[in-house]
Design a binder for this molecule. Structure first.
Ligand SMILES: Nc1ncnc2c1ncn2[C@@H]1O[C@H](COP(=O)(O)OP(=O)(O)O)[C@@H](O)[C@H]1O
Ligand SMILES: [Mg+2]
Length: 194
């Protein structure tokens, strides 16, 4: 049984919060991770399936620590293992793997990091002669990567982009700003300070 009495009053309030969003703002070492681990353990004890709980952390190390702490609280490592706990990027990769077929990705696909991306782009630029008559490089690799990223964020496919790159980029910027605004408008309202 998870003992919420092991938390102080504001921690307990946050850990036992019912439905709806809650925001916990507190200093380093004040017990935020403790709140989250107790909250997850408490939810599990109330019958919420581990597959329905997702916790995101900044580092893989923090994710593993949290999983361990929850396993210890519950005396149940198997349930803790079934939880989705990880970084934003790990979660993204997990979703891509689970939905690989729907996305039309090949088996064993890989994610390119920044240097892989620069390498691939430099390689393709080599084929289209990246140097002008004056011997200067004509293309800014980082700027091209930014354009590609903006287009991808706006779901603009390569074929559509090819037709009208100028308009596509402007539209993609507008769309990004609009979606950021929508995102901010949905921020949680409840605040608990420890
Ligand atoms: N109410 C509490 N009672 C006992 N120990 C606590 C309490 N709150 C926090 N701690 C301990 O303080 C330390 C820091 O807590 P932690 O949750 O990691 O903080 P944060 O995530 O805010 O940096 C941990 O060892 C934790 O177990
Ligand atoms: Mg912490």
């Amino acid at each position: 049984m998870v003992d919420l009495q092991k938390l102080n009053e504001p921690q307990r309030e946050a850990a036992s919060h019912g439905g709806g969003p809650i925001l916990v703002l507190a200093g380093a070492g004040s017990g935020k991770t403790r709140v989250i681990t107790f909250r997850i353990a408490h939810l599990l004890q109330q019958g919420i399936p581990p597959q329905a709980i997702c916790a995101m952390t900044f580092t893989n190390k923090a994710a593993e620590e949290m999983r361990e702490r929850i396993g210890a609280l519950l005396h149940d490592k198997a349930t803790a293992r079934a939880l989705t706990i990880g970084t934003f990027h790990a979660l993204g990769l997990m979703i891509l793997r689970a939905e690989r077929k729907a996305l039309g990705l090949p088996r064993g696909f890989v994610i390119y990091d920044q240097s892989d991306q620069m390498g691939a782009l430099r390689e393709s630029l080599r084929h289209i002669k990246d140097v002008g008559r004056d011997g200067e490089r004509r293309f800014d690799v980082k700027a091209i990567l930014t354009r590609i990223s903006l287009a991808k964020n706006s779901f603009i496919a390569a074929e559509d982009y090819k037709g009208n790159p100028r308009t596509s980029t402007t539209t993609s910027r507008r769309r990004s700003i609009r979606s950021t605004r929508r995102c901010c408008a949905r921020a949680p309202r409840t605040t608990s300070t420890i």
